[in-house]
Ligand binder design. Structure first.
Ligand code: KIV
Ligand code: ZN
Length: 507
C-alpha cells in the first residue's frame, strides 16, 4: 500500500447513527451510502447487523447496491454477531467484518467480569470465525486509549496472528489528547513489528473536543486508516469529523504529506444530505460545512477579500462544494426538467417518488418564483424520510396576532377518515401542536424544536426539526415549507408517524 495514502473509513451510518435521535430509515441510509460512494470514501460501515432487523436489512441492501467502496458490518466477538454480519454482507463486492471487544480494565471488571486471558480468547475465536467468511477482517480493542499497554500490545499481536487485516485503535470515550494518542501509535509501531502486515486505523470520539486533533496526531505517527463521520455526528459528543480532517490534509498537504481519495467538491452536498436525513443541524460556526464557515462580516476583512481572497481564506469554498446553490427551476419547468435537475444533484428516484416531489415542487414554485437546489434537497429529504403515513395533514387554519389568543384548527386524515380539532396555545405553533395532540390522543413531550432557513430571501424555505418523547423513547421529525407554521406542523406529524410506526412494529 502507498505509505502516503490514508484510507477513509466512514462510520456515519453506524456510529453516526448512534447519535441521540439520529435513527435513519433504510431508504435514507441507502441515499447516504450512494453519496458516500460519490464522495470517494474507501470503506462504509453500513451498520451493526445483529442489533436489529432494520440494521441487518440496511447493511444487506447497501452491500448489494454499493459496489465500489468496501462495505463493512460491525460485530462483537460473539458467534451470532459474526454470523449475522456475514449474512448481511453476503452479496457485497468487497465485504469486511469489523469485530470488537472491550479491553480496558474498567470494562473487563465492570462490564464483562472477565479476565484478560478470557477476553483474548474471545478475540481470537471471533476473528477466526469472521475469517471463515471473508479475508478482510478488522479488529478493535474497544477503549484502547484507556487499556493497559501490555495487554493492548498482546491482544493486537494475537489479533494479527489470528487473521485480522486491519487493527483499529478506538479512543471510545474521547479521553486522550494529541500528544498521548500520537505516542500510543508510535509505541504500537515499536512494540509490535507485525503491525506492518496490517493497516493501522484510529477511531476517535469527541468528548473533550479533541477527536480531529487526536486523529491528525495519529496520522503524523503513521496511522493509515481513519474512522470518521460526516458532520462529526456520533455517540454523545460525536466522532472525528470527516470534512475537518480531509480539509486539514488538503490545505496543509506539504505539512502532512498524505493523500486521500475524497472528492472534496462533494463535501457540502454530503453534509447537507446527512443533516437533512438525520435531523441533526450543522451549527453555523462549524468548520468547513457551517453556514458561516466562509462568511466575512468585518468591513476590513471584506475589503481585503476583494483585493485577494487568500488574505482571509485559507481554502477555496468551491473546492468543498460551496456556491453551487444555483437558481434551477420555476413554475413552468416541467416534470422532465425537475427529474433532470434531481438527477444532476445525484437523486435517482422512482417515478412515483418524482410524482410526489413534483406536486410539492409546484406548490413551492407557486409561492416563491425561484426554486433552488437547497429547496430540492429538502423535498428529497422529505421523500426519503417518508414512512407509512398513519396521519396525513389535510389542512390547517391559524388565528394569531399580538392581541389574539393563538388558535389552530387542524384536520388530519387517519386511514379513510378525517378528524378535525382546534386548540389554543402560547403561540401559533404551540396551538397547532396542541390541536394535533388532541386528534391523535397520544401524550408526547416536545423536547426539541429548531427552525433553519435553507435559502436566503423572503421566500426562503424553512426547515423545522422536532424531537418528541414518550415512554423514554425519542422520535425526530422534519418538515420543510415556505411557511414556517406549515413546516412545523409537517415536522410534528412526521415525528408522530415515526412513533406510530414503531408501536405498530412492536404490537
Ligand atoms: O468507539 C468505539 O470504540 C467503537 C467501536 C465499536 C470501534 O465504536
Ligand atoms: Zn465509536
Amino acid at each position: 500500500m502507498d505509505p502516503d495514502r490514508i484510507l477513509v473509513f466512514d462510520t456515519t451510518l453506524r456510529d453516526g447513527e448512534q447519535a441521540p435521535g439520529a435513527s435513519l430509515p433504510i431508504d435514507a441510509k441507502l441515499a447516504i451510502a450512494v453519496q458516500l460512494s460519490k464522495l470517494g470514501v474507501d470503506i462504509i460501515e453500513a451498520g451493526f447487523p445483529v442489533s436489529s432487523e432494520a440494521q441487518f436489512e440496511a447493511t444487506r441492501l447497501i452491500a448489494q447496491k454499493i459496489r465500489e467502496p468496501i462495505i463493512c458490518g460491525l460485530a462483537r466477538c460473539v458467534d451470532i454477531d459474526i454470523d449475522k454480519a456475514a449474512a448481511a454482507l453476503e452479496k457485497a463486492a468487497r465485504p469486511r467484518i469489523h469485530t470488537f471487544v472491550a479491553t480496558s480494565k474498567i470494562h473487563l471488571e465492570k462490564k464483562f467480569r472477565k479476565s484478560e486471558d478470557e477476553v483474548l480468547e474471545m478475540a481470537v475465536k471471533g476473528i477466526k470465525r469472521a475469517k471463515g467468511y471473508f479475508d478482510d477482517i478488522e479488529f478493535s480493542p474497544e477503549d484502547s486509549a484507556r487499556t493497559g499497554k501490555e495487554f493492548l500490545f498482546r491482544i493486537i499481536e494475537t489479533a494479527i496472528t489470528s487473521g485480522a487485516t486491519t487493527i483499529n485503535i478506538p479512543d471510545t470515550v474521547g479521553y486522550s489528547n494529541p500528544e498521548e494518542f500520537g505516542q500510543l501509535i508510535d509505541e504500537i509501531f515499536i512494540h509490535i513489528p507485525s503491525i506492518k502486515q496490517a493497516v493501522l486505523s484510529v477511531h476517535c470520539h469527541n468528548d473533550l473536543g479533541l477527536a480531529v486533533a487526536n486523529t491528525l496526531a495519529a496520522i503524523r505517527r503513521g496511522a493509515n486508516q481513519i474512522e470518521v463521520t460526516v458532520n462529526g455526528i456520533g455517540e454523545r459528543a460525536g466522532n472525528a469529523s470527516l470534512e475537518e480532517i480531509i480539509m486539514s490534509l488538503k490545505t496543509r498537504e506539504s505539512f502532512y504529506g498524505k493523500k486521500t481519495n475524497i472528492h472534496t467538491q462533494e463535501i457540502v452536498k454530503t453534509s447537507r444530505l446527512v443533516s437533512h436525513l438525520t435531523g441533526i443541524i450543522v451549527q453555523p460556526n462549524k468548520a468547513i460545512v457551517g453556514a458561516n464557515a466562509f462568511a466575512h462580516e468585518s468591513g476590513i476583512h471584506q475589503d481585503a477579500m476583494l483585493k485577494d481572497s487568500l488574505t482571509y481564506e485559507i481554502m477555496n469554498p468551491a473546492d468543498i462544494g460551496w456556491g453551487e446553490t444555483r437558481i434551477v427551476l420555476g413554475r413552468h419547468s416541467g416534470r422532465h426538467g425537475l427529474k433532470k435537475r434531481l438527477e444532476d444533484l445525484g437523486y435517482h428516484l422512482s417515478s412515483e417518488g418524482i410524482d410526489r416531489i413534483y406536486e410539492r415542487f409546484l406548490e413551492i414554485a407557486d409561492k416563491k418564483k425561484e426554486v433552488f437546489d437547497a429547496d430540492l434537497d429538502a423535498l428529497v429529504s422529505d421523500e426519503n424520510q417518508a414512512i407509512e403515513e398513519a396521519y396525513r395533514l389535510e389542512y390547517f387554519h391559524i388565528l394569531s396576532g399580538n392581541q389574539a389568543v393563538p388558535t389552530a384548527t387542524i384536520s388530519l386524515e387517519i386511514g379513510e377518515q378525517k378528524f378535525q380539532d382546534a386548540a389554543v396555545g402560547d403561540g401559533p405553533v404551540d396551538a397547532a401542536f396542541n390541536a394535533i395532540d388532541k386528534i391523535i390522543g397520544k401524550p408526547v413531550r416536545l423536547i426539541d424544536y429548531s427552525l433553519q432557513a435553507l435559502t436566503s430571501g423572503k421566500n426562503a424555505m424553512g426547515e423545522v426539526h422536532v424531537t418528541i418523547s414518550t415512554n423514554g423513547q425519542k422520535f425526530t421529525g422534519r418538515g420543510a415549507s415556505t411557511d414556517v407554521i406549515e413546516a412545523s406542523i409537517r415536522a410534528y406529524i412526521h415525528a408522530h408517524n415515526k412513533l406510530k410506526h414503531s408501536t405498530t412494529q412492536h404490537d
